[in-house]
Design a protein around this ligand. Structure first.
Ligand SMILES: [Zn+2]
Length: 88
């Protein structure tokens, strides 16, 4: 049986902290994981790396911004992961 290839987010190049994928709609509004099963307003993914748990990181965002890095929306988890990993 072939193992499914699982791509993971590398640690942040600036602070070594953890980054996570968050689910959102096409307009970048944060949604919970369940939304993925019924994406009635479009489905996008964002990289989340918040200031709260990564203090002092130059690219981390504050919680009031949703804790996401930049405004980039990706069509799939893989795309988001690749984009994050590529910039290291
Ligand atoms: Zn960081």
């Amino acid at each position: 049986m072939k193992m499914e290839e699982i791509k993971i987010l590398k640690p942040c190049p600036f602070c070594g902290g953890k980054a996570e994928i968050s689910v959102s709609d096409d307009e970048g509004n944060h949604r919970n994981e369940e939304y993925e099963n019924d994406p009635w307003s479009g489905l996008s993914f964002k990289i989340q790396h918040d200031h709260e748990s990564n203090k002092g990181c130059p690219i981390a965002n504050f919680e009031e911004d949703g804790g996401t890095v930049g405004v980039y929306l990706y069509d799939s988890r893989e795309e988001a992961i690749e984009a994050w990993n590529k910039r290291l």
